[in-house]
Design a protein around this ligand. Structure first.
Ligand SMILES: *Cc1c(COP(=O)(O)O)cnc(C)c1O
Length: 421
């Protein structure tokens, strides 16, 4: 691989997605000291079309339409869900709903799935999954008198299929897994995981938070049962944007939400005496949907669908290949270690490096206007979101990283993250 800056410029010139960058805020700044944002996997950039979409809801639907806009709002969760399903998730209509946070959606689907397998008493997750996932699994298990099998997953290479297989038997009700590991970016083997979990007679619940918008997710084709995911990362829905949930159509009748809210009620406005779940995906609704947030999700998800997930994934592999190659050249000789799978086909769209001084290095990079993320225990995570990050941005960020390591200035930053109690 040609690792010159000119080669990175040539990759940008040939990039079929290059035109999307100008449709995001903050991308006009140029020059050698510009901000290099490599944290789109934590909070995506703002699409320039988002303020107008929000203003339309506020000024037209709310200020003018007042309560008359209810009829418009009431179907938004399913309408935006269908758009996300067809444009990004490989899901036919009627299986995706937008609303609530990822955490709440995970709770709803996990509790529903566990209740649908009353003869089984074990939940499986990985010890290295995102905290909220492990906490929700533990909480649901406790409430239902179930046991958790927290299986080991290598924090750099991800889940080993033999380890998963060894944890599966006729006691397992549900397996919760992240498709892309939040720390290392390791990508699970969808076909093999699905086969193993289904062979054991268990239900599979994917967390797609770090995958959606970064790698292809063919929910229907893969035979997935259940999924949840976040919309403020690669989908650029903005802070607090409502999450999504997926329930395969033939499972919907069997599953009941643990939260019996009026938005999951059949014939909602009959205001009947008892809760009777709606037919279809809408039974997983809870309360009044976050209408403003959904308008922003619609814009963000629309851009991802327009770019096309295969093109985004291909660019994500090329960008992270460049990160890995420049890391080999500049960072590894200076004491950093690659903490992600080396094979691009086994990664999402982010790459992580390990160093005992990772916290200080992160602070020093921020001071040089490179935005990475620190991740425990000693990781610097770089997420060059393919929709708006250029190859030269990666090249320049890695060059600043090289300089920060070489000049030792990171040693002047506090050695640890201040504890927030
Ligand atoms: C980002 C992320 C979440 C976020 O959950 P919220 O409820 O939106 O705060 C959950 N799970 C994973 C794996 C994530 O990466």
């Amino acid at each position: 691989m040609d690792l010159s800056r000119a080669a990175a410029e040539a990759l940008d010139a040939a990039d079929p997605l290059a035109g999307f960058r100008a449709r995001f805020a903050g991308t006009a700044e140029d020059g050698p000291d510009r901000l290099l944002y490599l944290d789109g996997n934590s909070l995506g950039r703002m699409p320039l079309a988002t303020p107008a979409a929000l203003t339309r809801v506020v000024e037209r639907e709310w200020a003018e339409g007042l309560v008359g806009s209810w009829s418009e709002w009431i179907g938004t969760a399913a309408r935006v869900g269908d758009a996300l399903g067809s444009g990004v998730l490989g899901a036919a209509p009627g299986q995706v709903l937008v609303g609530d946070s990822t955490t709440v959606n995970l709770y709803k689907l996990l509790a529903a799935a566990a209740a649908a397998r009353p003869d089984r008493d074990v939940l499986v997750c990985t010890a290295d999954d995102f905290p909220t996932d492990r906490y929700v699994v533990a909480g649901v298990a406790e409430a239902r008198g179930m046991t958790v099998r927290e299986i080991e997953a290598d924090i750099d290479e991800g889940l080993d299929l033999d380890v998963l297989a060894a944890a599966l038997d006729e006691r397992v009700a549900v397996v919760v897994l992240s498709l892309v590991a939040y720390r290392s970016g390791a990508l699970a083997d969808v076909a093999e995981v699905t086969r193993l979990v289904h062979e054991a007679g268990a239900l599979l619940l994917w967390d797609l938070s770090h995958a959606v918008g970064a790698v292809p997710v063919d929910l229907d084709a893969s035979g997935a049962d259940l999924a949840v995911g976040c919309t403020y990362k690669y989908l650029n829905g903005g802070p607090g944007a409502p999450a999504f949930l997926y329930v395969r159509r033939d499972l919907q009748d069997e599953l009941r939400s643990p939260i019996q809210g009026w938005f999951g009620q059949r014939d909602q406005f009959a205001m009947g005496p008892r809760y009777v779940p709606a037919e279809g995906i809408e039974r997983f609704g809870v309360g009044t949907p976050p209408v403003l947030g959904m308008a922003a999700v619609e814009v963000g998800a629309g851009l991802v669908a327009e770019a096309g997930i295969d093109a985004l994934a291909a660019k994500g592999r090329a960008l992270t290949d460049l990160v890995v190659a420049l890391g080999d050249e500049w960072l590894l000789p200076a004491g950093m270690a690659l903490a992600s799978p080396r094979d691009a086909n086994r990664r999402g769209a982010h790459v992580t490096f390990a160093h005992p001084r990772a916290w200080q290095l992160t602070q020093a990079l921020l001071a040089r206007r490179v935005v990475p993320d620190f991740r425990t225990p000693d990781r610097v995570r770089l997420g060059p979101a393919p929709l708006y990050t250029r190859f030269v941005d990666v090249w320049d960020a890695m060059a600043r990283f090289r300089d920060v390591l070489a000049d030792g200035s990171y040693e002047t930053f506090p050695a640890e993250r201040a504890r927030v109690t």
